[in-house]
Design a protein around this ligand. Structure first.
Ligand code: CA
Length: 369
């Protein structure tokens, strides 16, 4: 213990060893220990270990200290069924499934990891001391399901995300364990932070009635492991569920408005503790006449040869007049004439790219009339 050992190869032949203490060194490679199958007690705390594969066949181990390392994968421990004492505190563990069969465990240290799912512990009925503080635990029902946890046993659950408000599921579970005689340590818990909406972006604005708009929002939540749901409120009486991508912190949604106007879109993101944040954006849904006026402006900006430009804008003025007087058929006819003329001049008097964009706009207006 407490040396600067990093190379374990000289120990590889000591196959009769039953107890070995190598804590507080600079060990990362456990390969030379793979054949020491008589080991019953092995101390490896405070090293630089991430790979536990060499321990997989040390099935006589009863006492194993691995605290303060860089371990995330417990798979190699799955067959060490004689373990009674296992310390894995201060690592990077989130998946406990490999421990599910270690039913002789009496002391299990899992504090200061990234654990949220305790289900693999439900069958470890010989547990007496269970350290789970400083993780991401919200649900302790698997501990209630563990029929072995009772009088004289201790569970440490401080600094997780348990909901300690009276009547919550977590409080009910804590009460159940306390009534069974378990010494439950559960205060304080980590304060949950609400999500913050950082942006709400309408991907096409303005828009015409009937066409589907795409929106995207981004959010942050400082609490690791939080799961989020999202709701879009469109401002026209409709709401819909947002699609959440936890990895990127984005929410997407889409909606089609039926009536022109200016609407406030509200995004609400709610975390697994029930706290929420909101963000807004506005969208303008134009009347066909307003959209045609926009189209006219874009044609004017192209600075086409005078006669050609006039031919287009005159048609669009006619369309606006028709729309304003309720003559939908007339408006459609003149917009179709606009499109035909644009097609005829596309790539000649009007750049192909510009013509395509203007034709698409005109078609959208026709579709919305
Ligand atoms: Ca949160």
């Amino acid at each position: 213990m407490y040396n600067q050992i990093s190379d374990l190869r000289p120990l590889a032949g000591l196959t009769n060893l039953q107890t070995l203490g190598l804590g507080a060194n600079q060990i990362s490679d456990l390969g030379p220990l793979a054949g020491l199958t008589n080991l019953q007690n092995l101390g490896l705390g405070a090293n630089q270990i991430s790979d536990l594969k060499p321990l997989a066949d040390l099935t006589n181990l009863e006492w194993l200290d691995l605290m303060y390392n860089q371990i995330s994968n417990l798979e190699p421990l799955a067959g060490l069924t004689n373990l009674e004492w296992l310390d894995l505190m201060y690592n990077q563990i989130s998946d406990l499934r490999p421990l599910a069969g270690l039913t002789n465990l009496q002391t299990l240290g899992l504090g200061a990891n990234q654990i949220s799912n305790l289900e693999p512990l439900a069958g470890l009925t010989n547990l007496e001391l269970l350290y789970l503080y400083n993780n991401q635990i919200r649900d302790i029902s698997p501990l209630v399901a563990n029929s072995g946890l009772g009088s004289c046993d201790g569970v440490w659950l401080e600094d997780n995300y348990l909901d300690l408000t009276s009547g919550s599921a977590a409080m009910a579970d804590i009460q159940t364990l306390l009534h069974r005689g378990v010494d439950v340590h559960y205060q304080p818990q980590i304060q949950n932070n609400p999500p913050t909406i950082t942006t709400v972006t309408v991907l096409t604005d303005p828009q015409l009635p009937g066409s589907t708009i795409q929106v995207t929002g981004t959010f942050t939540d400082p609490d690791p492991g939080d799961i989020h749901t999202a709701t879009w409120t469109w401002g026209d009486g409709a709401t819909s569920e947002g699609t959440v991508d936890e990895a990127t912190g984005t929410v997407t949604g889409s909606h089609a408005y039926t009536t022109p106007g200016t609407y406030t879109i509200t995004l609400t993101v709610t975390d697994s503790a029930g706290s929420s944040g909101t963000g807004t954006a506005t969208i303008t849904v134009q009347t066909p006449a307003e959209a045609t006026a926009d189209l006219r402006e874009q044609v004017a900006e192209l600075e086409l040869q005078k006669g050609i430009g006039n031919a287009f804008t005159v048609k669009l003025d006619q369309a606006i007049a028709a729309l304003n007087s309720g003559d939908r058929d007339g408006a459609r006819d003149v917009l179709n004439a606009f499109i035909n003329q644009m097609k005829a001049l596309k790539g000649k008097k009007v750049a192909a790219e510009d013509a395509d964009a203007l034709i698409a706009m005109a078609q959208e207006i026709i579709d919305s009339i």
